[in-house]
Write a protein that binds this ligand. Structure first.
Ligand code: ZN
Length: 407
């Protein structure tokens, strides 16, 4: 294994989640009994550039195939987040009808629609055809392709006043080529913003369930600054966001852009990373025992409920739940009877590995489980609010991370 940024071959051990199938490979009735491919899920940290990364065992084209089921527009809080972002960018950088906004991994147009509504030209780049189709139907021009240096040179050279990348930077296998593409697609004076879960928060809050095969890199600001810097981009500002359990939104510009001055926010976050030891070994080497405690607490809880004749259901068929369930070795519907999800694209399918059925949320009302495990803990308040009526039959909510909580 070579570091995907610097090519170094020595690593610090961080998180070993053993073997599991790719998190987004939902199964259908027809594929449920077919052999399932398991890949090692191990994150290590380069001891030269401190980029935390999974080894690439599955080609990106295979993961982002036509069956890809994640539609951004099904999360209300995520849509609100996108709308606030668009308003902020329009205001801060004075965007208007003369501007061009490009989003990389534009999904179903959930974000670009808010620029489009304000009369600002937009272009989405999205590798999955079924989500891109939804975007085009909304009037959001979208190119179905992977973004990188050659794409940018051929299709959008120096074209963008703003390039947005939300939860894509951590998911690209070739992070150097992707960064070179950002540089190539950016107009002089333009701004790149990238949002990604912050490695510091992953470590501090035991968020090991955000580790999955499609999530190649686990980023600190320090590592991101080195990766973009190597392509001639500088980070001039950063915001800390609550999304996905704690994300960073970085603002980058051409390294020679004298109009973008470095905000004190950048050095404040870098100092926090330094203080937490992200440029040392100990913080990484001590993570595995904490993961294992989360696993034993969660398993003990669901086994106790089964033995006590209680019904346990789950909510939210997202990648996070799959990492947790597979690492805990949960199989079939015995311990977690079903997982409810509002997205019709996920219903009537089965979770990879655990084979737990995914059903529509009304099943919760029919079955009246005693406990509802909220797998996307980052949306716990939104989901607990939607399911508030379950209190009427005495149901309690459960989250496993950062530690087991029943309320
Ligand atoms: Zn490295």
């Amino acid at each position: 294994m070579k570091c995907r940024h610097c090519g170094n071959e020595s690593f610090i051990p961080f998180a070993d989640l053993q073997n599991c199938p790719p998190s987004n490979s939902m199964l259908t009735e027809a594929t449920l009994f077919a052999p399932e491919v398991y890949y090692p899920l191990v994150v290590e940290v380069c001891d030269v550039c401190f980029l935390a990364q999974v080894d690439e065992h599955k080609a990106a084209t295979e993961i982002f195939d036509a069956d890809y089921t994640y539609f951004s527009s099904f999360s209300k809080s995520w849509l609100e987040h996108a709308e606030r972002y668009a308003a902020m960018m329009i205001e801060r950088f004075g965007l208007g009808p003369q501007s061009q906004v490009i989003e990389v991994a534009s999904n179903d147009g959930y974000l670009l629609q808010y620029f489009h509504q304000r009369g600002i030209p937009v272009l989405g780049v999205e590798p999955t055809a079924n989500t891109a189709e939804v975007a085009v139907a909304k009037g959001i021009p979208t190119i179905v392709d992977f973004f990188g240096k050659s794409f940018a040179d051929e299709r959008v050279p120096a074209a963008a006043d703003v390039i947005a990348g939300n939860n894509v930077f951590a998911h690209v296998p070739d992070i150097n080529d992707f960064s070179a593409g950002l540089k190539a697609a950016l107009k002089p004076g333009g701004v790149v913003t990238l949002e990604f879960p912050h490695l510091l928060r992953l470590i501090e809050e035991n968020q090991f369930d955000t580790i999955y095969h499609e999530h190649f890199s686990y980023l600190s600001l320090g590592a991101t600054e080195r990766i973009l810097g190597a392509q001639g981009l500088k980070i001039f500002d950063v915001e800390e966001l609550p999304t996905h359990g704690g994300s960073l939104r970085i603002f980058a510009a051409h390294a020679d852009d004298g109009t973008k001055l470095r905000s004190p926010n950048v050095d404040a976050v870098l100092a926090a990373e330094e203080k937490s030891g992200l440029r040392g070994r100990e913080v990484y080497e001590s993570f595995q025992p904490r993961i294992d405690r989360v696993r034993s607490d969660f398993l003990r809880f669901i086994l106790d409920q089964r033995d006590g004749g209680k019904k346990v259901a789950g909510y939210g068929a997202a990648a996070k739940g799959n990492t947790l369930l597979n690492y805990c070795g949960v199989k079939g519907a015995e311990l977690v009877n079903f997982v409810a999800d509002a997205s019709p694209h996920k219903q009537d399918r089965y979770l990879p590995g655990s084979h737990i059925p995914v059903v529509a949320p009304q099943r919760i009302d029919e079955d009246r489980p005693d406990y509802i495990v909220i797998f996307p803990w980052n949306l716990r308040d939104e989901i607990a609010g939607q399911l508030g009526h379950a209190r009427e039959w005495g149901a309690k909510f459960v989250t496993a991370i950062p530690e087991l909580k029943v309320w």
